[in-house]
Design a protein around this ligand. Structure first.
Ligand SMILES: [Zn+2]
Length: 226
């Protein structure tokens, strides 16, 4: 029993590492600067109107929130229903906490496959462009910006550190399974076959259906035949 628990723990750990590696691979490799962009609006969040830009490539998503002075008359261009803010990224809380007049543009990225599994958030102080990137602690590891992109807020690249549920859990389970098969599948199948053929589980010696205390060949306990 303890052996099975240890095996499951090893596979969950490897599944976790693989989930993070896949999310970071998506963050580094997928170019979201050329992704299809959805535009929407939010009225009066934290006493401020916002234009929300969602750049979406499925396994890589960037959502940007730009403070604007008003959305009146633009409802067709910036629909406000349903809310364009994703469940991950804490953008809603950040926008509502942002004090009026703060020059920050907020953004959040999410990456992962088959579901988005990790996210990170940023802010740009638009009054101190271009050296104005603000990355909250324990949110992301920043890496070299994507080359050839004019806007810093779009060229910015980071490896996210925060999980998105249930995508992260699904990734751990999904990537843990092939690790289990790869590491332990052969020995489990061999053990199963030996048991069904009346062979010693340890060495494969044919016990001929006899109820030995121990295998005559290797000395292993053969209780499975009793
Ligand atoms: Zn044996």
């Amino acid at each position: 029993m303890r052996r099975y628990l240890r095996r499951i723990a090893i596979c969950l750990l490897l599944g976790t590492i693989t989930t993070v590696a896949v999310a970071w691979g998506c963050a580094f490799l997928i170019d979201i600067t050329t992704a299809a962009t959805k535009v929407a609006g939010i009225k009066g969040l934290g006493g401020q109107d916002w234009v929300i830009l969602r750049h979406d490539r499925g396994s890589a998503v960037r959502v940007r929130a730009l403070a604007v002075s008003g959305l009146a008359g633009y409802e067709e261009i910036y629909p406000t229903d349903p809310s364009p803010l994703p469940a991950w990224g804490r953008l809603g809380a950040q926008l509502s906490e942002q004090r009026s007049g703060e020059p920050f543009t907020r953004a959040a990225d999410a990456y992962g496959w088959p579901m988005l599994s990790m996210w990170c958030g940023f802010a740009w102080d638009t009054e101190h462009w271009p050296d104005a990137l603000i990355v909250p602690p324990l949110s992301a590891i920043t890496v070299a910006p994507r080359p050839g992109v004019a806007f810093e807020s779009m060229s910015h690249r980071a490896l996210p550190l925060r999980p998105i549920w249930p995508g992260f859990g699904l990734g751990v389970a999904l990537y843990g399974l092939p690790w289990f098969g790869l590491l332990f599948g052969r020995s489990i199948a061999r053990r199963w076959l030996r048991q069904h053929r009346g062979l010693c589980l340890a060495c494969g010696y044919d016990l001929c259906g006899a109820a030995h205390e121990r295998c005559p060949e290797c000395g292993a306990v053969t209780l499975h035949l009793k």
